[in-house]
Design a protein around this ligand. Structure first.
Ligand SMILES: [Zn+2]
Length: 323
């Protein structure tokens, strides 16, 4: 592609398209949502597949992972692959369209980077605001929830309690607020750019009304930091696993990627040299660790792996062997 057609904000120093930035700015659900109606299903969005004829939805899109997958026709991939397959165009043409500079797609299917970026920025802003509203967990249902998992005692300030909306409407108005554990997601520079909400009932159990766990803002690339950046860190998936590891390895810095899909993508500050990947014991957890190991080794980091000696995850190991 002639470099002149790459928008300056998506041009790298060498004149290539900054694919990571492009994919981050244009969420897969925004693009897929223009073509098929998507509804929330757990941590993902679900709808009728735009790539094959079907009557019951088997198409899933996941912004945290930046991918789509159809269980009906087996197609899947990132947002660029989606545009390639829907538009029947080349990789470069698809990138160009996503950058808002092409017109091969019918107008009703067209998304501009400006629109997608505005949505993303609104969610990052909401996440920052909701995190600031949060309070220390002592004496709240979050303290009860964590104590029931053997995680009593000191809880770092990056985990808070608040009443937060489950969703925001298109006009920007918010849905009803519900009590939740708020975990801060910090980017590589340490700024809070997202939150994970774990909705709880009044007894401190995970809410049964809808999906108990929802993220907001920028998750990919960030991490929940249960300790300061050090040359050596432990990286795990969930909040509860992270807290369990801080108790099993006092003094260690533990961060949590808040999802299998993000484990390989956590952007680590330059002075982190060694990372211990702490995975769930099941096949999904082991696969996520394998992917992350390859990714971090490619960056020249010293990588170790650790799996629970009992139970399916480190929170269970903590409950079974230590608490
Ligand atoms: Zn399909």
């Amino acid at each position: 592609m002639p470099t002149s057609s790459i928008r300056s904000c998506y041009k790298t120093a060498t004149g290539q398209i900054d694919l990571a930035r492009l994919k981050q700015d244009v969420p897969i659900t925004t693009v897929a949502g223009l073509i098929t109606k998507l509804v929330r299903s757990g941590t993902e969005m679900k709808g009728l597949c735009p790539l094959h004829e079907e009557r019951t939805p088997s198409f899933y899109a996941n912004d945290a992972k930046g991918v789509f997958h159809c269980f009906g026709c087996g197609r899947g991939g990132d947002v660029i692959a989606f545009v390639q397959q829907v538009g029947g165009r080349s990789f470069l043409e698809s990138c160009e369209w996503l950058m808002g500079s092409s017109s091969f797609c019918p107008p009703e299917h067209r998304v501009t980077v400006a629109q997608a970026t505005a949505t993303r920025q609104a969610n990052v802003h909401r996440a920052k605001k909701e995190f600031r509203r949060g309070v220390a967990v002592e004496g709240t249902v979050v303290e009860t929830y964590l104590a029931n998992r053997g995680l009593d005692g000191q809880i770092p300030g990056c985990i808070r309690h608040s009443w937060v909306p489950r969703f925001w409407r298109d006009d920007g108005s918010e849905g009803a607020r519900q009590p939740a554990m708020i975990a801060a997601v910090q980017d590589v520079d340490g700024s809070v750019v997202g939150i994970q909400r774990t909705f709880l009932d009044n007894e401190g159990r995970k809410s049964r009304r809808g999906s108990p766990r929802l993220s907001l803002g920028q998750i990919r690339g960030g991490a929940l930091r249960l300790g300061p950046a050090r040359p050596e860190i432990m990286l795990t998936q969930g909040v509860e696993d992270g807290l369990a590891l801080t108790r099993m390895f006092p003094g260690a810095t533990v961060w949590a990627a808040l999802g299998d899909g993000n484990l390989a993508h956590v952007a680590l500050p330059r002075h982190v040299r060694c990372v211990t990947l702490c995975g769930d014991a099941d096949e999904a957890g082991r696969a996520a660790v394998r992917r992350a190991k390859r990714a971090f080794e490619a960056l020249g980091l010293d990588v170790k792996t650790l799996f629970p000696r009992a139970g399916k995850d480190f929170n269970e190991e903590w409950l079974l062997l230590h608490a």
